[in-house]
Design a protein. Structure first.
Length: 134
């Protein structure tokens, strides 16, 4: 709340600096919450963090902020790896991993064929994220 007041009223001319300060503060808060979820060992803490990160991920699309998108993506990826750590030693996990690899290779082949025609995933993504700001 204090950073929001500083961003809106106190340092009106320094919006870039206060924006990055708020981002750094958000990163620190998510890191602290992540360490507490890992230290506590409760899945509910990790799920609450995941739901919050998912809401931030959705908000990044409405506010079109790349830094919030990056923060939520990294948090959700790390959280997904943390929650799936028990599957890594099972045989079924390697089956899922093989399936995901085949799907990703298929997507890459399709993307290359579209790219040769002039419209690939990178071009489409560049158009989507081109209007966003940091």
């Amino acid at each position: 709340a204090a950073l929001l007041v500083a961003h809106r009223f106190i340092w009106k001319d320094e919006r870039v600096v206060t924006g990055w300060l708020s981002f750094a503060w958000g990163c620190a808060c998510i890191a602290i919450l992540s360490f507490q979820a890992i230290d506590g060992g409760m899945t509910a803490d990790a799920l609450i963090l995941g739901v919050g990160s998912l809401l931030v991920f959705i908000a990044s699309f409405s506010f079109r902020l790349k830094r919030i998108f990056l923060l939520s993506t990294v948090t959700l990826t790390a959280l997904g790896l943390y929650l799936s750590r028990q599957f890594w030693l099972s045989l079924a996990w390697w089956g899922y991993l093989l399936s995901a690899g085949i799907i990703l290779i298929t997507i890459a082949v399709i993307n290359e064929s579209y790219r040769k025609k002039g419209s690939g995933i990178l071009i489409t993504t560049g158009k989507i994220f081109g209007a966003w700001r940091w």
